[in-house]
Design a protein around this ligand. Sequence first.
Ligand code: NZQ
Ligand code: ZN
Length: 386
Amino acid sequence: MQNFVFHNPTKILFGKGTIPAIGPETVAFGSKVLLVYGSGSIKRNGIYQQVSDSLRKSGAEIVEHPGVQSNPLLSHVREGIELAKTQKCQVVCAIGGGSVIDEAKAICAGAMVDHDVWKFFTGKKSITAPLPLTTVLTLAASGSEMNSGMVITNGETMQKFGFANKKLYPKTSILDPEATFTVPADYTAYGAVDTIAHVLEFYFTTQDPATPVQDRFMEGLIINAMESCDRVLADLRSYQGRADLMWTSTLALNGLTAAGLGKVGFPMHLIEHSLSALYNVPHGAGLSAIITGWMRHQSQDIPQRFAQFAERVFDFRSGSTKERAQKGIDALEAWFQKINSPTSLAALNIPDQDIQQIAENAVALARVWRMPDYDSERIQTILARC
Ligand code: NZQ
Ligand code: ZN
């Protein structure tokens, strides 16, 4: 158990019928509200109406910034910053999944400075006092609703960079599982993959040999993500399934799993961000295409950790350490295939000859993330396994 500071300031309102609380929770920080959302799902499923009614009833004046796309773009962030500045918005309210919440975080940060917001992503400037943010989550995946991270794609440089800053935590996030009833099966599956990836990143990169508290917690989250995803894919309007999947995905990346693990990495995301930057693949789909390739690469160094994963998550107890490690990876890959999430670059129609270009793109982020052991050659070796 390593030393740690755990401080997650985000207030969570969880459950059926919580969306009307967004008005009071938001105007507590100011009545001029920038409302950020995507390309239309919230208009079709009635969430837009619920949120704007609640904001107006609380006396908010709403400025709209719609059109956030999946894998949000720097150019659209800049437009949102301009709007927030000219309209003197005092608080930002994000209604959507990780893309909308991340873009909103970037707007909160950029609205309070005169330099370009991308300088935060390349580490040239640090965040001082972003605008306050409230959110209504509509897709269980990224964990952005309760963390301090954000990921934006610079369309000019084809770089998808992400980082965390403790001032970026949302003040309040509303998690109503019914808001995710309309998430289609494919994005439900991608969200479960993303949730599992967030846990695996820390589970397999911690250097601490004895972390039983965190291990059992992480193994439980992975099992819950799979079981609740299966329940939801069997019935997209299963409240229990959607509620379990939503809370599991929030817990998977809100700092709790990493507390006490010491230094951890994010290597699968390092590589996936290049896939999404270059091919605009959904984040979770990019992850399932590379996770098992990365695991087969990594299990060579720490087979016993992978054997523990196989035993605790899939109950494989027989065979040698190496055999159990292999069986666990194969079982996870089989589950990804069962939920129709791609498990190879070929399934994403990404040709082998692009591997070098993907690796070069990822090395730039590895530098910003200070992961010197992820050089182009190692990334190409991993991608060749995918
Ligand atoms: O734009 P609309 O019309 O809303 O459609 C969205 C979008 O096309 C749709 N959708 C969302 N909620 C819906 C819905 N459709 C029907 N019903 C609903 N209730 O789903 C599509 C995908 O939405 P998106 O927000 O892109 O998905 P997700 O939540 O997986 O977010 C992905 C983004 O999160 C970033 C990823 O890089 C990616 O850009 N991440 C953020 C992290 C963080 N802040 O800590 C960490 C993660 O690892 C991840 O990198
Ligand atoms: Zn992710």
